[in-house]
Design a protein around this ligand. Structure first.
Ligand code: SAH
Length: 345
């Protein structure tokens, strides 16, 4: 019999399962606390349960973890990049960053990605599989234990497309914000998508307080389709219409991500078109000097170009930030570490 993934279970599901095993009601609280507050990785660590019960749990359930396969610490800042090994041997990446306000972690939602963005290392070999809620949580739990810290912010911006793994990501959000577990504020969570439009509408209906990031990267269909195949399915206008509906409904500011690629999407003309198209959408624009991944051939825009682009947007009244680079010495941009492991063994 296949064991049940206990870390992905909601408190209600866990309570029902333990009740079926003949346990009293308080047992679910104990077990849930061990799993989501103490973040144990074995049932043997649940020392206030009898040995017999620990054995019984071990027979029926499994605690999926994320084992540290590789860890790189930046020499420039306190950024830590992890390569985590999952129960089936597949690997995903996470990046832990220290800010003035606390710790933030960028986690993966899939092994690989099937979106095919031309500049991105995660997608070069397609998707292997989606992660369960537990495997997204485990990246956070392992990083916390490894550094003896509490992480306050999460960005779903690692490998994978979160809205291509919608149900597991929703369960993850439910668990990480659960008062009986980590109790993270939904306002401290960002979800980044390349633009799976029907799922943006679905998310909108949930009216969550998280920050939605949209990987826009180009203002016209011609340019965006050349960078991101997803644009052929849901084009710029269709995506921006969904974004407008999203902000109107949730009143939450959207963050538009824009990776600056020299000679591709970084002209003042692009900035002007962008300024026009984002009109009326409650938003913030984040310019990212593209990380040059060997296989993609993308070259980053110069600092001067980025600031010129930025000032066109600012003159139109937008708030713009240029992403500060953390961990540039440790391949901190998504997909690069898993790839180097695959290639070097
Ligand atoms: N699939 C989701 C989340 C993962 S990617 C998405 O597309 O949003 C996280 C962010 O990094 C996205 O904005 C993505 O476009 C960007 N990104 C990927 N490769 C990059 C690179 N080489 N340089 C700069 N940004 C990159």
């Amino acid at each position: 019999m296949e064991k049940t993934d206990i870390l992905s279970m909601s408190f209600g599901e866990l309570s029902a399962a333990l009740k079926d095993m003949g346990e009293p009601a308080f047992r679910a609280k104990q077990v849930y606390k061990w799993l989501h507050c103490e973040c144990v990785t074995t049932f043997d660590e649940m020392t206030n349960l009898s040995k017999a019960l620990r054995q019984q749990l071990n027979d029926s359930f499994v605690i999926f973890g994320a084992a540290i396969e590789k860890k790189l610490i930046s020499e420039y800042d306190d950024t830590v990049k992890y390569l985590f090994k999952l129960h089936d041997g597949e690997c995903v990446e996470s990046v832990l960053m220290k800010y003035k306000y606390g710790y933030s972690i960028c986690v993966s939602t899939q092994v690989g990605c099937r979106m095919g963005c031309k500049f991105c290392a995660s997608t070069l070999d397609g998707v292997v599989r989606s992660l369960n809620a537990s495997e997204i949580l485990a990246q956070i739990y392992t990083a916390q234990r490894d550094n003896n810290i509490k992480i306050s912010h999460v960005v779903l911006m690692g490998m994978g497309e979160p809205l291509d793994n919608y149900d597991n990501v929703m369960r993850f959000l439910e668990l990480i914000t659960d008062e009986q577990g980590q109790n993270m504020s939904m306002r401290h969570i960002s979800l980044s998508t390349c633009g799976i439009v029907p799922k943006i509408y679905e998310l909108m209906e949930k009216n969550l307080q998280l920050t939605l990031s949209i990987s826009l990267h180009a203002p016209t269909d011609e340019i965006r389709s050349s960078m991101m195949p997803v644009n052929k399915k849901w084009n710029v206008d269709t995506l921006l219409k969904a974004c407008k509906a999203y902000t109107d409904k949730t009143h939450r500011r959207i963050s538009f991500e824009y990776a600056m690629v020299s000679g591709v999407n970084d002209t003042n003309e692009c900035a002007a078109i962008l300024a026009k198209k984002l009109k009326g959408i409650l938003c913030h624009i984040n310019l990212i000097p593209v990380n040059e991944v060997k296989e993609t051939g993308c070259v980053r825009s110069s600092k001067e170009r980025i600031y010129a682009f930025s000032s066109v947007l600012e003159k139109s009244g937008y708030t713009v930030t240029v992403r500060r680079e953390l961990g540039s010495d440790i391949n901190a941009s998504c997909g690069q570490l898993r790839r180097s492991k695959q290639q070097n063994g």
